[in-house]
Ligand binder design. Sequence first.
Ligand code: AMP
Ligand code: ZN
Length: 464
Amino acid sequence: MKLYNTLTKQVEEFIPHEEGVVRLYTCGPTVYHFAHIGNLRTYIFEDILEKGLKYLGYQVKRVMNITDVGHLTSDSDTGEDKMLKGAEREGKTVYEIAQFYTNAFFEDCRKLNIRKPDIVEPASHHIDTYIEMISKMLEDGYAYLSNGNVYFDVSKAKNYYQLSGKNPEDLMVGVRDTVEEDKSKKNPADFVLWFTDSKFKNQDMRWDSPWGVGYPGWHIECSGISGKYLGEYLDIHCGGIDNIFPHHTNEIAQSEAYFGHKWCNYWVHGEHLNDQTGKMSKSNGEFLTLSLLEQKGYDPLSYRYFCLGSHYRNQLVFSYEALDQAENAYQKLKNRIRKLDRTPDLHEEKIDVYQEKMKEAISNDLNTSSMLTLVYDVLKDETLTDFTKLYLIENFDQVLSLNLIEEEIEVDQNLEKYILEKIEERNLAKKDKNYALADAIREELLKKGIRLVDSREGTTYEML
Ligand code: AMP
Ligand code: ZN
């Protein structure tokens, strides 16, 4: 498996800490509003990564947080609290907002066939873990108290700028541009681990801590939840590119300070989906949600197909014309598959070659467009029986998750299984000379439109 690693800025062979096992952490949504389809692009890419790794035979242990506390309107420590803003906007409590938008997020995921990670943890459930980590960082001199807040001292971190490729001067410019410079920090890039003295006095989510009543900064939640469930060695950490700085940069600083060694080897980031005006936003212009696309008549899986058509490391520009094209291609593809003959006739010797190609596409830094091309190649291959095509497409769909094989075939497969079981039951009845039961089974199937045909070779069936 080859993956582009933001840490080293190159495509690398992926080697997990434990053979055959991948410990994967993906940052979850900030649940103050609906996810926009840009956010969902990132979750689609992470879903493909998880399923691709499984296809290659890895056992994947994946954890995701839900950000329900600490994320301010800027990704650093300035601006308003996003959750509080959501609560004020809707006249609800922060807890109600968090619950509502967490449910809405997973509903979007369900529609897009994004598998829910095995472990999903709200940030607000792990306050003790953050307090323990922050206490240790204070003891070890990585953190300091100033004006009531606890800050991480970035001058103590090794390679603080490696992930982002930034340098301290870049940051100075950034800080000077920020209106609300925090005078309590030793270095401009220092970030808050725990807020007590803050302008958000009416913060609903507050907890007691050794430093006073307050709440955690945004970054500590991912270090805390990841460490708690995946241990001190992480294999892959994902997010959208905007997470590289400061969020992931700060996660590395804290986790490595706390654990005392390198923490995560591979950092994999998805490029953004932009609208035609540029950055996708939840406040300006049309707020592009999955529900909006549905209201306009699109199948959510057309959006998934649209995303899979381009590589996760390329920017993608959303337009309705582009989505129309994707929807068209996707529906045509499903129609072609629908027409395949489902008579069981599997040519096993043809399967391996194609499955190897699928593995190559996955291993090539998650080449989703090659994965899609492979589906078309299978359909075009005249040496394959229709049933073999169906088999392969269903197999690829474990990763693509585009519902390429519709329910019918499952029903068909179940039906086939049911008929074969009935034939077996009837054979046993005949063997026991229980002809009444054998005839009853024949009648029962006939009523369902299935005729049994006995011959010297055994019993087969035909659909009426
Ligand atoms: P948030 O809910 O703001 O914490 O973001 C959820 C995820 O969406 C994060 O992994 C972000 O990096 C990602 N993200 C934010 N904006 C975009 C975008 N326009 N395109 C793709 N991913 C995005
Ligand atoms: Zn995170």
